[in-house]
Design a protein around this ligand. Structure first.
Ligand SMILES: [Zn+2]
Length: 278
Protein backbone atom coordinates (compact mmCIF):
# COMPACT_ATOMS: atom_id res chain seq x y z
CA UNK A 1 0.00 0.00 0.00
CA UNK A 2 1.00 3.59 -0.51
CA UNK A 3 1.47 6.21 2.17
CA UNK A 4 -2.02 7.71 1.92
CA UNK A 5 -3.52 4.21 1.60
CA UNK A 6 -2.11 3.14 4.97
CA UNK A 7 -3.50 6.31 6.57
CA UNK A 8 -6.96 5.86 5.04
CA UNK A 9 -7.19 2.13 5.79
CA UNK A 10 -6.03 2.55 9.38
CA UNK A 11 -8.38 5.47 10.07
CA UNK A 12 -11.33 3.43 8.82
CA UNK A 13 -10.20 0.39 10.80
CA UNK A 14 -10.09 2.48 13.99
CA UNK A 15 -13.70 3.56 13.45
CA UNK A 16 -14.69 -0.08 13.06
CA UNK A 17 -12.67 -1.17 16.08
CA UNK A 18 -14.48 1.41 18.22
CA UNK A 19 -17.87 0.07 17.18
CA UNK A 20 -16.81 -3.42 18.27
CA UNK A 21 -14.73 -2.25 21.24
CA UNK A 22 -14.25 -5.33 23.46
CA UNK A 23 -13.70 -3.51 26.78
CA UNK A 24 -15.40 -0.77 28.78
CA UNK A 25 -12.21 0.67 30.18
CA UNK A 26 -11.72 3.47 27.70
CA UNK A 27 -8.73 1.85 25.99
CA UNK A 28 -10.43 2.02 22.59
CA UNK A 29 -10.37 5.81 22.91
CA UNK A 30 -6.71 6.07 23.88
CA UNK A 31 -4.97 9.09 22.30
CA UNK A 32 -3.31 6.92 19.67
CA UNK A 33 -6.77 5.97 18.38
CA UNK A 34 -7.93 9.57 18.04
CA UNK A 35 -7.49 11.09 14.64
CA UNK A 36 -6.35 14.47 13.39
CA UNK A 37 -8.26 16.65 11.03
CA UNK A 38 -7.45 15.57 7.48
CA UNK A 39 -8.12 17.01 4.11
CA UNK A 40 -7.81 14.75 1.08
CA UNK A 41 -7.48 16.59 -2.22
CA UNK A 42 -7.70 13.40 -4.24
CA UNK A 43 -10.30 10.94 -3.05
CA UNK A 44 -10.81 9.91 0.55
CA UNK A 45 -12.24 6.55 -0.53
CA UNK A 46 -9.31 5.60 -2.74
CA UNK A 47 -5.56 5.72 -2.64
CA UNK A 48 -4.40 8.24 -5.23
CA UNK A 49 -1.08 9.77 -6.33
CA UNK A 50 -2.51 13.20 -5.50
CA UNK A 51 -3.11 12.20 -1.92
CA UNK A 52 0.08 10.22 -1.69
CA UNK A 53 2.28 13.14 -2.76
CA UNK A 54 0.42 16.28 -1.80
CA UNK A 55 -2.34 16.15 0.74
CA UNK A 56 -0.61 13.52 2.84
CA UNK A 57 2.25 15.97 3.21
CA UNK A 58 -0.24 18.79 3.70
CA UNK A 59 -1.92 16.86 6.50
CA UNK A 60 1.36 16.37 8.29
CA UNK A 61 2.38 19.97 7.95
CA UNK A 62 -1.00 21.27 9.06
CA UNK A 63 -1.00 18.95 12.06
CA UNK A 64 2.70 19.50 12.73
CA UNK A 65 3.40 15.80 12.45
CA UNK A 66 6.66 14.75 10.88
CA UNK A 67 8.76 11.64 11.40
CA UNK A 68 10.98 13.65 13.80
CA UNK A 69 7.97 14.53 15.88
CA UNK A 70 6.82 10.98 16.25
CA UNK A 71 5.62 11.58 19.82
CA UNK A 72 2.62 13.46 18.44
CA UNK A 73 1.81 10.75 15.99
CA UNK A 74 -1.53 8.99 15.87
CA UNK A 75 -1.86 5.44 14.70
CA UNK A 76 -2.84 6.09 11.03
CA UNK A 77 0.27 8.23 10.51
CA UNK A 78 2.47 5.81 12.42
CA UNK A 79 1.40 2.94 10.15
CA UNK A 80 2.24 5.00 7.05
CA UNK A 81 5.51 6.30 8.48
CA UNK A 82 6.98 2.80 8.44
CA UNK A 83 7.70 3.31 4.73
CA UNK A 84 9.58 6.56 5.48
CA UNK A 85 11.21 5.80 8.80
CA UNK A 86 12.31 2.32 7.88
CA UNK A 87 13.53 3.00 4.36
CA UNK A 88 16.25 0.36 4.68
CA UNK A 89 13.56 -2.33 4.74
CA UNK A 90 12.68 -1.88 1.07
CA UNK A 91 15.96 -3.33 -0.20
CA UNK A 92 17.31 -5.30 2.72
CA UNK A 93 16.43 -9.04 2.79
CA UNK A 94 15.70 -8.72 6.52
CA UNK A 95 13.31 -5.85 5.85
CA UNK A 96 10.89 -7.81 3.66
CA UNK A 97 8.79 -8.96 6.62
CA UNK A 98 7.94 -5.30 7.34
CA UNK A 99 5.96 -5.35 4.08
CA UNK A 100 4.89 -8.99 3.94
CA UNK A 101 7.25 -9.77 1.09
CA UNK A 102 9.95 -12.34 0.29
CA UNK A 103 13.69 -11.83 0.07
CA UNK A 104 15.56 -12.97 -3.02
CA UNK A 105 16.16 -16.70 -2.84
CA UNK A 106 13.95 -17.13 0.20
CA UNK A 107 11.20 -19.75 0.14
CA UNK A 108 7.57 -18.77 0.47
CA UNK A 109 7.38 -20.79 3.65
CA UNK A 110 10.33 -19.00 5.27
CA UNK A 111 9.18 -15.55 4.18
CA UNK A 112 5.68 -16.29 5.42
CA UNK A 113 6.88 -17.38 8.86
CA UNK A 114 9.10 -14.33 9.13
CA UNK A 115 6.19 -12.03 8.31
CA UNK A 116 3.74 -13.84 10.61
CA UNK A 117 6.19 -13.83 13.50
CA UNK A 118 6.92 -10.17 12.85
CA UNK A 119 3.24 -9.26 13.13
CA UNK A 120 2.71 -11.37 16.23
CA UNK A 121 5.85 -10.11 17.97
CA UNK A 122 5.16 -6.43 17.40
CA UNK A 123 1.50 -6.78 18.36
CA UNK A 124 2.60 -8.43 21.58
CA UNK A 125 5.21 -5.71 22.16
CA UNK A 126 2.38 -3.20 22.00
CA UNK A 127 0.40 -5.23 24.53
CA UNK A 128 3.26 -5.51 26.99
CA UNK A 129 4.18 -1.83 26.66
CA UNK A 130 0.56 -0.85 27.11
CA UNK A 131 0.36 -3.08 30.21
CA UNK A 132 3.34 -1.21 31.66
CA UNK A 133 1.58 2.07 31.03
CA UNK A 134 -1.56 0.80 32.74
CA UNK A 135 0.47 -0.23 35.78
CA UNK A 136 2.19 3.12 35.88
CA UNK A 137 -1.07 4.99 35.51
CA UNK A 138 -2.86 3.10 38.23
CA UNK A 139 0.04 3.68 40.64
CA UNK A 140 0.25 7.33 39.71
CA UNK A 141 -3.43 8.17 39.68
CA UNK A 142 -4.54 5.97 42.53
CA UNK A 143 -8.00 6.83 43.85
CA UNK A 144 -8.71 8.90 40.81
CA UNK A 145 -10.98 8.11 37.95
CA UNK A 146 -8.40 6.60 35.65
CA UNK A 147 -9.14 6.06 32.02
CA UNK A 148 -6.28 3.81 31.04
CA UNK A 149 -3.98 4.79 28.19
CA UNK A 150 -5.38 8.29 28.24
CA UNK A 151 -2.19 10.09 29.19
CA UNK A 152 -0.43 11.01 26.00
CA UNK A 153 2.42 12.62 27.93
CA UNK A 154 3.86 9.37 29.13
CA UNK A 155 7.08 8.62 27.31
CA UNK A 156 6.38 4.97 26.73
CA UNK A 157 3.59 6.11 24.47
CA UNK A 158 5.92 6.59 21.52
CA UNK A 159 7.12 3.02 21.62
CA UNK A 160 3.78 1.45 21.99
CA UNK A 161 2.23 3.34 19.09
CA UNK A 162 5.05 2.28 16.83
CA UNK A 163 4.81 -1.38 17.82
CA UNK A 164 1.19 -1.70 16.75
CA UNK A 165 1.95 0.40 13.66
CA UNK A 166 4.64 -2.05 12.53
CA UNK A 167 2.26 -4.98 12.90
CA UNK A 168 -0.59 -3.22 11.08
CA UNK A 169 1.67 -2.05 8.26
CA UNK A 170 2.76 -5.57 7.40
CA UNK A 171 -0.77 -6.94 7.84
CA UNK A 172 -2.20 -4.32 5.47
CA UNK A 173 0.56 -4.89 2.94
CA UNK A 174 -0.37 -8.58 2.90
CA UNK A 175 -3.61 -7.60 1.14
CA UNK A 176 -1.87 -5.81 -1.72
CA UNK A 177 -1.64 -7.90 -4.90
CA UNK A 178 1.78 -6.30 -5.32
CA UNK A 179 2.97 -8.05 -2.17
CA UNK A 180 1.21 -11.41 -2.10
CA UNK A 181 -0.87 -13.65 -4.28
CA UNK A 182 -4.17 -14.42 -2.63
CA UNK A 183 -5.99 -15.76 -5.66
CA UNK A 184 -5.77 -18.91 -7.69
CA UNK A 185 -5.07 -19.33 -11.37
CA UNK A 186 -2.26 -18.31 -13.65
CA UNK A 187 -3.08 -14.80 -14.71
CA UNK A 188 -3.58 -11.75 -12.65
CA UNK A 189 -5.82 -9.41 -14.63
CA UNK A 190 -5.95 -5.97 -13.08
CA UNK A 191 -9.69 -6.21 -12.59
CA UNK A 192 -9.42 -9.44 -10.64
CA UNK A 193 -9.97 -8.10 -7.22
CA UNK A 194 -10.71 -10.96 -4.89
CA UNK A 195 -12.21 -13.79 -6.89
CA UNK A 196 -15.71 -14.59 -5.69
CA UNK A 197 -15.57 -12.16 -2.84
CA UNK A 198 -17.73 -9.11 -2.68
CA UNK A 199 -17.35 -6.32 -0.20
CA UNK A 200 -20.36 -7.35 1.82
CA UNK A 201 -18.70 -10.70 2.40
CA UNK A 202 -15.21 -9.60 3.23
CA UNK A 203 -15.01 -12.12 6.03
CA UNK A 204 -14.11 -14.77 3.50
CA UNK A 205 -10.41 -14.49 2.95
CA UNK A 206 -8.36 -16.24 0.34
CA UNK A 207 -5.21 -18.06 1.53
CA UNK A 208 -1.84 -16.63 0.62
CA UNK A 209 -0.31 -18.61 -2.25
CA UNK A 210 2.83 -16.57 -2.85
CA UNK A 211 4.85 -13.79 -1.32
CA UNK A 212 6.57 -11.70 -3.98
CA UNK A 213 10.21 -10.68 -4.26
CA UNK A 214 10.31 -6.88 -4.53
CA UNK A 215 13.79 -6.84 -6.04
CA UNK A 216 12.51 -8.86 -9.00
CA UNK A 217 9.40 -6.77 -9.58
CA UNK A 218 8.47 -4.08 -12.05
CA UNK A 219 8.32 -1.09 -9.70
CA UNK A 220 5.58 0.69 -11.67
CA UNK A 221 3.34 -2.36 -11.55
CA UNK A 222 4.04 -2.72 -7.87
CA UNK A 223 3.03 0.87 -7.36
CA UNK A 224 -0.21 0.66 -9.31
CA UNK A 225 -1.27 -2.47 -7.42
CA UNK A 226 -0.48 -0.71 -4.17
CA UNK A 227 -2.73 2.17 -5.21
CA UNK A 228 -5.65 0.04 -6.32
CA UNK A 229 -5.61 -2.06 -3.16
CA UNK A 230 -5.01 0.86 -0.79
CA UNK A 231 -8.45 2.43 -1.17
CA UNK A 232 -10.77 1.77 1.76
CA UNK A 233 -13.68 1.45 -0.68
CA UNK A 234 -12.12 -1.35 -2.74
CA UNK A 235 -12.35 -5.06 -2.04
CA UNK A 236 -8.72 -5.52 -1.02
CA UNK A 237 -8.91 -2.38 1.07
CA UNK A 238 -12.08 -3.62 2.73
CA UNK A 239 -10.30 -6.81 3.75
CA UNK A 240 -7.30 -4.86 5.02
CA UNK A 241 -9.59 -2.59 7.05
CA UNK A 242 -11.43 -5.50 8.66
CA UNK A 243 -8.23 -7.40 9.38
CA UNK A 244 -6.70 -4.25 10.91
CA UNK A 245 -9.76 -3.67 13.10
CA UNK A 246 -9.60 -7.29 14.27
CA UNK A 247 -5.90 -6.98 15.14
CA UNK A 248 -6.59 -3.87 17.22
CA UNK A 249 -9.49 -5.59 18.98
CA UNK A 250 -7.28 -8.61 19.69
CA UNK A 251 -4.58 -6.30 21.06
CA UNK A 252 -6.95 -4.46 23.36
CA UNK A 253 -8.51 -7.71 24.53
CA UNK A 254 -5.06 -9.14 25.24
CA UNK A 255 -4.14 -6.05 27.18
CA UNK A 256 -6.91 -6.68 29.69
CA UNK A 257 -6.31 -10.40 30.04
CA UNK A 258 -3.40 -12.02 31.75
CA UNK A 259 -2.69 -14.51 29.01
CA UNK A 260 0.95 -15.20 28.26
CA UNK A 261 0.69 -14.45 24.57
CA UNK A 262 -1.88 -12.74 22.42
CA UNK A 263 -5.47 -13.70 23.15
CA UNK A 264 -7.00 -15.28 20.07
CA UNK A 265 -3.89 -15.09 17.88
CA UNK A 266 -4.43 -18.57 16.42
CA UNK A 267 -7.95 -17.74 15.31
CA UNK A 268 -6.85 -14.39 13.90
CA UNK A 269 -4.09 -16.03 11.90
CA UNK A 270 -6.43 -18.73 10.61
CA UNK A 271 -8.94 -16.14 9.48
CA UNK A 272 -6.75 -13.46 7.90
CA UNK A 273 -3.37 -14.99 7.22
CA UNK A 274 -3.74 -18.59 6.16
CA UNK A 275 -1.34 -19.80 3.53
CA UNK A 276 -1.37 -22.61 1.02
CA UNK A 277 1.95 -23.14 -0.70
CA UNK A 278 2.65 -25.98 -3.10
ZN1 LIG B 1 5.04 -1.26 3.11
Amino acid sequence: MKFDGHVKLTAKAITRMKIKCPVTTGSCNAPMFKDDFRLWFGDSKQSTPTDNYTSAVFNYISNAITPDNISAVKLPDAVAFVDLNERWTHDDPKGQRYHFMRARGESNQAAYYNAINFIERHTFNWVSNARKILKFESAMYRNKDVKPLQRPGIRLNNYYVKELALALHSLQDSFSPAHTQRYTGQRRPTDQVVAGIIKSNSNVVMPIRNLYDYSAQDKNKHSSNDYSSGGPAGNWGELAVNASADLMILSIESLWKNDKGLTGWGAFKAKWLTARFN
